[in-house]
Design a protein around this ligand. Structure first.
Ligand SMILES: [Zn+2]
Length: 183
């Protein structure tokens, strides 16, 4: 869902018309699109949604550490839920079609949700990258550290009613820096 009510085809028509229109509208709500590809899929024989790759002119390169990619991403994408009181239509649209609802597909591999929803909140946009080291011992130690952070967090969430990220970090005694690293 884009900012200022611009949108990224949250529920495109079956032939992807809504997505294609983003490439031609003069306002260019996603920037100047140079190439795109998409695939429409259907969940539970309904709810069409698009998996797409969109190339935007002058977009920063993810691989360039000097580029501020998160600022570019934040210009077009947000994942907050708008106020039901102030923006009832957008609130309804997002909570209906942009929020994960468990289905039988989630439990295909004998887990509560094989897509790991609900996801943990992030204080800001993150771009996940592989660990830079090839050292297997370092990788194993990192996985152990991150696993223990997540175990602490999920146990705390299960046993307590937590209403904010600050409260979660306080309760778990995990620093914001450790938490963001684990994400
Ligand atoms: Zn699920």
């Amino acid at each position: 869902m884009g900012r200022k009510n611009s949108f990224v085809a949250v529920k495109p028509s079956y032939n992807g018309q809504a997505l294609r229109s983003q490439t031609t509208v003069p306002a260019q709500p996603l920037g100047k699109i140079t190439h795109y590809t998409y695939r429409i899929e259907f969940q539970q024989r309904g709810s069409p949604h698009a998996h797409c790759v969109i190339l935007v002119e002058n977009a920063p390169k993810v691989s360039d550490p000097n580029e501020d990619n998160t600022e570019f991403i934040d210009t077009y994408i947000t994942c907050n839920i708008r106020s039901e009181k102030d923006e009832p239509d957008l609130h309804k649209l997002v909570t209906t079609v942009q929020r994960h609802h468990h289905t039988a597909t989630c439990k295909k591999k004998s887990t509560n949700c094989r897509f790991n929803y609900a996801k943990l909140p992030s204080p800001h946009t993150l771009i996940a990258t592989p660990l830079e080291s090839d050292d297997l011992a370092f990788k194993a130690a990192t996985i152990d550290t991150v696993s223990s952070i997540f175990t602490n967090i999920y146990d705390t969430l299960e046993d307590n009613k937590i209403s904010s990220l600050d409260e979660l970090l306080q309760k778990t005694e995990i620093s914001l820096e450790q938490y963001v690293y684990a994400l």
